[in-house]
Design a protein around this ligand. Structure first.
Ligand code: 3PG
Ligand code: MN
Ligand code: MN
Length: 577
């Protein structure tokens, strides 16, 4: 969606009072990451897990529980075949509006050719005569952080616009796509690069590694991840050396414990053992991921003159552009190929203008989700006097199936303290387990993670009960509710030995939303219409619960307040209402 400057002028920041819902109640907002709704099934870890709190919300108060869409066009993705993800999910939850997201904007810019006319491309183009163009990013068709078809178009377009020497630095996926799919993606890329070579462009893969071990850390959880990538991409140094990327990925996958997400770093070398593509002075670099969170750290390393997160050894003088600008507040990177969605007038900004005091918390791996993504990809506060964001350090250097409870209870305890403190009107958290453990593909661990997430919800709901507050519990997209690769009819795919393949990715499923708490007016319930509603409708709900009407340009609220002070579920059934 285009920038709408008219909003700045015409729309006041002051929100109208809600005619029926009062002010002054603490509102607890819980986002369960990767918690979708699907029928019971042995591969639905949420249904298998013991989740009494979430079950009570669903069964206890049917007028206050419903499903909302969390994927595809409902969250601004190109098609309804696109699974949801945290960036678009939290953007929609926080912004209350549906914006065409990075994936779509890049598609449009590539299709129209406008990408090559923009400032970002013209900037890197200045290096093409004498330097190399390096493309760094996630190699898959997951559509969450990047897409291989966009990389293919960019390779073609860049060579047609003057790039003579191109080096691709790949990050293998296995998280948004099936583990093991890296080999086929490398084959596709190698074949494209071979075609470019036939046309006289010196194009090769120069380095690689698994996304979770090389480069794609987020929220400064572990800079060593970025350093491993830097050493391979910039310095041409890695523990593994191969003469081609295909040989690299095939060989590294021979290790029985190998996993695309965690492949070790490698560099591609020539016959003499020399790396074929370290990043040098005078080169151009593009990070081709459109999603921000896992590219910001590398962007800082590539762009910031002063940098102390690890020893860069060499800081090449390059022309660097992101596929998008990843951080609107930091203006990072300063050059980019496609303008990001200008997510404006988020609920956080509105509520800050209306005096709402907000506390937000998660553990490191999801901290930016309830702050940065929630606020439309802006870091920092709208009003530091009204907001406090707190981060619980995540475990470092272990896959989350080894610690599936993660910091769920710690995050919930922080939220509880914030709720009981009387200092905040909104207490917002992200509970990561369903998603982070779900991405490991480990069913047993995911079941433990879902139980822990449910316990965290209970801690928060109990605190809300204690202060007479209101809660909203929802999720950003599915993951843990479907953990197996399925055929078109929905049956798990089994190999000849009867084994299934774990599904590590998100899903297309809707997510639940529940409202309640002693502070919620007794006639408040979900409307029966708007059956197609999605995550973007949640911001209006939250504004209502703070006693405000949502602005007209927001997706509509899903709440109505009936005059008959009656809810059909018997209160005996209701643990929370
Ligand atoms: O970055 C990741 O971990 C995955 O690609 C997507 O997961 P998220 O959208 O839940 O962060
Ligand atoms: Mn998520
Ligand atoms: Mn996820």
């Amino acid at each position: 969606m285009a920038r709408r400057p008219e909003l700045e002028e015409a729309t006041p920041w002051k929100l109208a009072d809600h005619p029926r819902l009062g002010k002054g109640k603490v509102v607890g907002v819980v986002v369960l990451d990767g918690w979708g709704e699907a029928p019971p099934d042995p591969f639905n870890c949420i249904r298998v897990a013991d989740t009494p709190t979430m079950d009570a919300l669903k069964k206890g108060a049917p007028e206050r529980w419903r499903l909302i869409k969390a994927h595809g066009t409902a969250v601004g993705l190109p098609t309804d075949d696109d699974m949801g993800n945290s960036e678009v999910g939290h953007n929609a939850l926080g912004a209350g509006q549906i914006y065409a997201q990075g994936a779509k904007l890049v598609d449009l810019a590539l299709a129209s050719g406008k990408i090559y006319e923009g400032e970002g491309f013209k900037y890197i183009q200045q290096s093409f005569e004498t330097g190399t163009l390096h493309l760094i990013g996630l190699l898959s068709d997951g559509g969450v952080h990047s897409r291989i078809d966009q990389l293919q178009l960019l390779l073609k377009g860049a060579s047609e616009h003057g790039a003579k020497r191109i080096r691709v630095h790949i990050l293998t996926d296995g998280r948004d796509v099936l583990d093991g799919s890296s080999v086929a993606f490398v084959e596709t890329l190698e074949s494209d690069l071979a075609k470019l070579r036939e046309k006289g462009v010196d194009a090769r893969v120069a380095s690689g590694g698994g996304r979770m071990y090389v480069t794609m850390d987020r929220y400064e959880n572990d800079w060593q991840v970025v350093k491993r990538g830097w050493d391979a991409q910039v310095l041409g140094e890695a523990p593994h050396k191969f003469q081609s990327a295909l040989e690299a990925v095939k060989t590294l996958r021979e290790d029985p414990k190998a996993n695309d997400q965690y492949l070790p770093p490698f560099v591609v070398v020539d016959e003499t053992g020399k790396p074929v593509g370290p990043i040098m002075d005078g080169d151009a670099v593009v990070t081709f991921n459109f999603r921000a969170d896992r590219m910001v750290m590398l962007a800082k390393a590539l762009e910031y003159e002063t940098f102390d997160k690890f020893d860069r050894v060499r800081f090449p003088k390059i022309r660097y552009a992101g596929m998008l600008q990843y951080d609107g507040e930091l203006k990072l990177p300063s050059h980019y190929l496609v303008a990001p969605p200008e997510i404006e007038r988020t609920s956080g900004e509105y509520l800050a203008h209306n005096g709402i005091r907000t506390y937000a918390c998660s553990e490191t791996v999801k901290f930016g989700h309830v702050t940065f993504f929630w606020n439309g990809n802006r870091s920092g506060y709208f009003n530091p006097n009204l907001e406090k964001y707190e981060e619980i350090p995540s475990d470092i250097g272990i896959p989350f199936n080894e610690q599936p409870k993660m910091k769920a209870v710690e995050v919930a305890d922080k939220a509880k303290d914030a709720i009981l403190s009387g200092k905040y009107d909104q207490v917002r958290v992200n509970i990561p387990n369903g998603d982070m453990v779900g991405h490991t593909g480990d069913l047993e661990a995911t079941i433990i993670g879902c139980k822990a997430a449910d316990e965290a919800v209970k801690i928060i709901l109990d605190a809300i009960e204690q202060v007479g507050g209101i809660f909203v519990v929802t999720a950003d997209h599915g993951n843990a509710e479907d953990m197996v690769k399925r055929d078109k009819s929905g049956k798990p795919v089994r190999d000849k030995d009867g084994n299934v393949q774990p599904l590590t990715s998100h899903t297309l499923n809707p997510v639940p939303i529940a409202i309640g708490g002693p502070g919620l007016a007794s006639g408040a319930r979900f409307r029966k219409d708007l059956t197609d509603a999605g995550l973007a409708n949640v911001a209006a709900i939250i504004m209502n619960l703070h006693g405000f009407e949502a602005p007209d340009h927001y997706e509509p609220t899903l709440i109505e307040v009936s005059t008959a002070q009656y809810l059909s579920a018997s209160s005996a059934d209701r643990t929370y209402q």
